[in-house]
Write a protein that binds this ligand. Structure first.
Ligand code: ADP
Ligand code: MG
Length: 834
């Protein structure tokens, strides 16, 4: 059979992956060689230097060879991070590793169905995936040999798996708690049309967190109590310690899964020897109730996000007719109880939560066509086979559907040929349809709520059958989906020159394609160049930065790519203020491209500079986190007690992530994401303020900042800072006169940032000077006194107390010779401004 529709749907999961195959209209989850419907998303290299994927790799993940195996690579998708495989002497990216997992799934299908068309596939991604993550997934599919890859969001796939049997007018929640990600989506189906009303998610919440909390809160405290274990923490990079923690995680996971069935279990810990060579052996009784208490905050978080999603979509809770459960952890009884209690919406888990996404992806696939050129590539035609090009709607809510076809070879023939179309089930059987000048059409009757497979036969006038390519196609009746919606607003960063804050340029996020838009989408906007671009200048580029996210402040959004316009391309200098058209387009598979066009010189460009995620600097995150704490304190009048508590909780989880980020790249990304979310949230809360509040904020902030300029500015930058402050003061006064809330809020944010920058620069400077003086190389006139200030200074850095640090640095300086003082100060120049 050579069908025109995509036959393969894949759920490429963080923890497990599944593949579904559509054979003659029926969807089957294809089992792997071991007979399992799911394959652990684990990749590694064995002793013989052969690649291993799936369960065998998963089993080695926790043994002696753990350093040769890698799990949860989906979390690295779209980043520049690589994983080193010493047995291959090779660094691999997330997409290369994912490609190996995809190849293994593909081979499971081809083993069972050698005739399958494996040139195309639908692959699912979490709804919350960024553009870079989605694009990397698509590349993984291509690396695995799928020439045509269509991406579909997991919750939509799940809805399709359910909606397929139930095409009523309804609104559903898709609650997907996986091994590493949580996604909540509100989906409605109206007259067979599926749409996403809203969604939320957390890329860093899943079953894995439950395993770790068992390790951290139950197992580790007992181990520390009973055994000699120095530096025993997850942050310790030592291989032996890491391997012990890997074993503990496995023990915790097994217990967790047991507790979905049983009320009690025993954690049996047998993980090697402690520092005194004593065997670490221990059993701990662990009950479902204890487990529930541990995961309570995580589940509450998912429920909060669920309620937010309903609220944001403007839908009444009673209008949601069911919650569909997706993902392994939804088998935990407590999850269901909490959902029922908090939402009072019936739960449906009738389709296996582990394979529902792949099933839905496959149903969606059957409504997608394999591109014509790929069909041609695949053909192995016997002599005389005629090629046919078919036109039809592969997915429809109508019960009748038009199909037209062109048989090129027969364009010259006047008459005599005819086709017949038959559905696999026998539901539809056409009469003889004449082929005129190679063309024909027919109206098909569809069986409702299923994929209808049609066979098409060609006969000559004598009634001889003539082979056709392709010889079948399918039309899915039931839900239709116009296309996948995008999860984040995409836009550019623009320089907001003087319009708001005279003379002080501020970067602002300007939206192009709104969150929820159906793909493909495209938009062009006209801007002006922000500064002069000199012909032949190869260094200074005019940057177009593409970002995605919900914040007005570009720094809080995620970076997608940038495009630099170089002077080298110009026929003459380009003055400031030249019109420039910027176009952003995103295709069905979330691939984003950006183009510019400058009509005055007829120059355009579309290069994509980056395909990788930003580099994450934990020091910066730490500094920014401290700033947010100060900000919360300064603005505390704005926050309700409840909001304040929430923000404080977020700050504290961020601190934990930051602490763990030393050994764990994943925690690093988590911290980065949390910081952005935190800042966006604070921005929103602060913006909701009323005028009198804003005025009082303005006055306070002005005074604060003025004293910071006086106390902290280096002499060099003092003038500049004062000047900047005065501009802001004027703007603020103007905003108050004009009763302009938006402008005043903006000025306040700017005041805060100015103050923060002064302190931050000073802090960096002080910290640098302190470092130089405390490294033991300097001779102080009074060593004892110096040590006293060094200790105090260290504490001041820990406490984030710039005043105290400043005093210590001044005191230490006074204990140094003039020569040493000069040496330390001269090194400063390069690092004072960032
Ligand atoms: P992903 O979508 O991230 O690949 P899955 O939906 O496959 O994740 O879920 C994997 C997670 O589900 C793992 O953390 C696993 O421990 C957990 N899990 C699987 N079965 C159960 C169960 N019966 N009870 C609780 N957790 C389970
Ligand atoms: Mg999943």
């Amino acid at each position: 059979m050579t069908t025109q529709n995509i036959q393969i749907g894949i759920d490429l999961g963080t923890t497990n992956s599944e593949i579904a195959f559509n054979r003659n209209g029926s969807v089957e989850i294809v089992k792997n060689v071991l007979g399992d419907e799911y394959t652990p998303s684990v990749f590694g290299v064995n002793k013989a230097k052969n690649i291993e994927v799936g369960k065998p790799a998963y089993q080695k993940l926790y043994g002696e060879e753990s350093q040769h195996y890698k799990a949860e690579v989906k979390r690295l998708m779209g980043t520049a991070d690589t994983v080193h495989f010493s047995r291959l002497d090779k660094d691999m990216t997330a997409e290369e590793i994912s490609a190996e997992i995809l190849k293994s799934l593909k081979s499971d299908v081809l083993r069972k169905y050698p005739e399958a068309n494996a040139s195309a596939a639908v692959i699912t991604v979490p709804a919350y995936f960024s553009t870079l993550q989605a694009e990397a997934t698509k590349r993984a599919g291509e690396l695995a040999g799928f020439k045509h890859v269509v991406l579909l969001q997991e919750p939509i796939a799940a809805a399709m798996a359910y909606g397929f049997n139930n095409a009523k007018n309804e609104t559903w929640l898709i609650y997907d708690l996986g091994g590493g990600t949580f996604d909540i989506a509100l989906i409605s189906s109206q007259d067979g049309m599926l749409s996403v009303l809203g969604h939320n998610g957390d890329n860093f919440l899943g079953g894995k967190n439950f395993d770790w909390v068992i390790v951290d809160k139950i197992i580790v405290p007992k181990l520390l109590e009973q055994f000699a274990l120095k530096d025993f923490s997850r942050a310790n990079k030592d291989a032996a310690v890491q391997s012990m923690f890997a074993k503990l995680k496995r023990i915790a996971e097994t217990a967790k899964i047991m507790l979905s069935q049983e009320a009690k279990t025993t954690l049996e810990i047998d993980i090697g020897k402690d520092d005194e060579q004593k065997d670490i052996y221990l059993t701990i009784d662990f009950s479902r109730k204890e487990f529930e208490k541990l995961i309570e905050p995580f589940i509450t978080q998912t429920i909060d996000l669920t309620l937010d999603t309903i609220k944001e979509a403007g839908v009444k809770k009673t209008a949601v007719s069911k919650i569909i459960l997706v993902g392994g952890p939804t088998q935990i009884p407590y999850v269901r109880e909490r959902l029922e209690g908090a939402l009072n919406i019936p739960i449906d888990s009738s389709v296996d939560p582990l394979t529902v996404v792949a099933r839905g992806a496959c149903i969606f696939a059957s409504g997608q066509r394999v591109p014509q050129d790929l069909m041609e590539e695949k053909k192995e035609r016997s002599n005389g086979t005629k090629e046919i090009v078919l036109h039809y709607e592969p997915m429809t809510a109508e019960t009748e559907s038009l199909v037209t076809g062109i048989i090129k070879d027969l364009e010259e023939d006047i008459d005599g040929y005819y086709v017949q179309i038959q559905s696999e089930s026998g539901y539809y059987n056409s009469s003889k349809v004449k082929v005129k000048n190679g063309k024909f059409f027919d109206t098909l009757s569809l069986e409702q709520n299923k994929t209808n497979l049609f066979w098409i036969y060609l006969f000559d006038k004598k009634g001889n059958s003539i082979p056709l390519y392709p010889d079948s196609f399918s039309i899915t009746h039931g839900l239709t989906i116009a296309g996948a919606p995008i999860p984040h607003t995409v836009g550019v960063s623009i320089l907001d020159k003087g319009s708001l804050l005279s003379g002080v340029p501020v970067e602002k996020f300007d939206s192009f394609i709104e969150k929820g838009s159906i793909l493909p989408a495209k938009k062009t906007k006209t801007y002006q160049t922000a500064r002069k671009l000199v012909k032949n200048d190869t260094v200074n580029k005019l940057l177009i930065k593409v970002l995605e996210g919900d914040s007005e402040d570009p720094n809080n959004n995620d970076y997608v790519c940038e495009l630099g316009i170089k002077g080298a391309d110009l026929p003459h200098d380009l003055p400031e203020g030249t019109d420039i058209d910027v176009t952003i387009s995103i295709n069905e598979s979330r691939e984003l491209s950006v183009e510019y066009y400058i009509s005055s010189v007829d120059i355009s460009g579309n290069a994509r500079a980056t395909i990788r995620d930003e580099v994450i600097d934990t020091e910066r995150i730490g500094r920014e986190l401290n700033l947010q704490k100060v900000r919360l304190e300064k603005n505390k009048a704005v926050y309700s007690d409840e909001d304040k508590k929430k923000i404080e909780e977020e700050i504290s989880t961020l601190e934990t992530s930051l602490k763990n980020s030393g050994a764990d790249e994943d925690e690093k990304r988590k911290a980065n994401k949390q910081l952005k979310t935190l800042k966006t949230k604070m921005e929103k809360l602060e913006k909701g303020k009323e005028m009198p509040q804003l005025i009082s904020d303005f006055n306070d902030k002005y005074q604060d900042t003025l004293s910071m300029v006086d106390n902290f500015s280096e002499i060099k930058s003092r003038e500049k800072n004062l000047e900047h402050l005065e501009v802001l003061k004027k703007e603020g006064d103007k905003a108050i006169t004009n009763n302009d809330k938006v402008l005043l809020a903006r000025v306040n944010a700017q005041l805060f940032e100015l103050g923060a920058r002064i302190v931050l620069n000073t802090q960096q400077t002080l910290a640098y000077m302190f470092d130089k003086m405390s490294n033991g190389e300097e001779k102080f006139s009074n060593q004892q006194e110096a040590e006293y200030f060094i200790d105090k200074g260290r504490q001041a850095i820990k406490d984030n107390d710039p005043d105290e640090l400043k005093r210590c640095v001044q005191n230490l300086m006074s204990l140094l010779s003039a020569d040493s003082q000069r040496k330390i100060s001269s090194n400063l120049a390069g690092i004072t401004t960032k």
